[in-house]
Design a protein around this ligand. Structure first.
Ligand code: QAP
Ligand code: CO
Length: 173
């Protein structure tokens, strides 16, 4: 069990296409544990393996208020989408930035549990947004890609500035 470091925009490694999981072994179980641990530690509702520099098709989410409904998806595929919704999204890889994104209102997902057993489930509302956002990460896509190039440039500048301020030496007052 370990908290993993999260890659931040515009790190080019966030653009990597994840490959399908073929071995449902202890290494996969470890990765899933680390993703949950890192997501809960950072107060996230979803985290994709891509964000911790592991380029395999694995994501975790917990959109419950009590933070007691962990869900893991290995090799997820959306097999049906219905309707549209707009939600103000954020991302642990784009800290402090939020923007509205339009996505499907309801999705039917086929995936595997970390032990390799297949399942299907239907998600709607916030859970559907989160699943689509995390699946984008596995394809190397970020929610800021839905913004205009100008807005994306502004996001990049704001993050650079925030990092400069975080890294500066404390003043002697
Ligand atoms: C994706 O995002 C998501 O900027 C998961 O300072 C977001 O967990 C799906 C977070 C919204 C659906 C709706 C972001 C935490 C967490 C930040 C997250 C931050 C601290 C984002
Ligand atoms: Co994200």
């Amino acid at each position: 069990m370990a908290i993993r470091e999260i890659l931040e925009f515009p790190d080019p490694r966030l653009r990597t296409q994840a490959r399908a999981v073929e071995e449902f072994d202890g290494q996969l179980a470890n990765l899933v544990e680390d993703l949950f641990e890192t997501m809960y530690q950072e107060q996230g509702i979803g985290l994709a393996a891509t964000q911790v520099n592991e380029h395999v098709r694995v994501l975790v989410m917990d959109t419950s208020d009590e933070r007691n409904r962990p869900m893991a998806f290995v090799n997820p595929e959306i097999i049906e989408r219905d309707g549209t919704q707009v939600y103000e999204e954020g991302c642990l890889s784009v800290p402090g930035i939020y923007a509205k994104v339009e996505r499907a209102e309801q999705v039917r997902v086929r995936a595997r549990h970390p032990d390799g057993t297949a399942f299907e489930t239907e998600l709607d509302g916030l859970s559907a947004v989160c699943l689509q956002h995390e699946m984008d990460h596995l394809a190397g896509k970020l929610f800021v890609d839905y913004l205009s190039p100008l807005k994306r440039q502004m996001v990049r500048k704001r993050l650079e500035k925030a990092r400069r301020q975080d890294n500066r030496v404390p003043s002697a007052t």
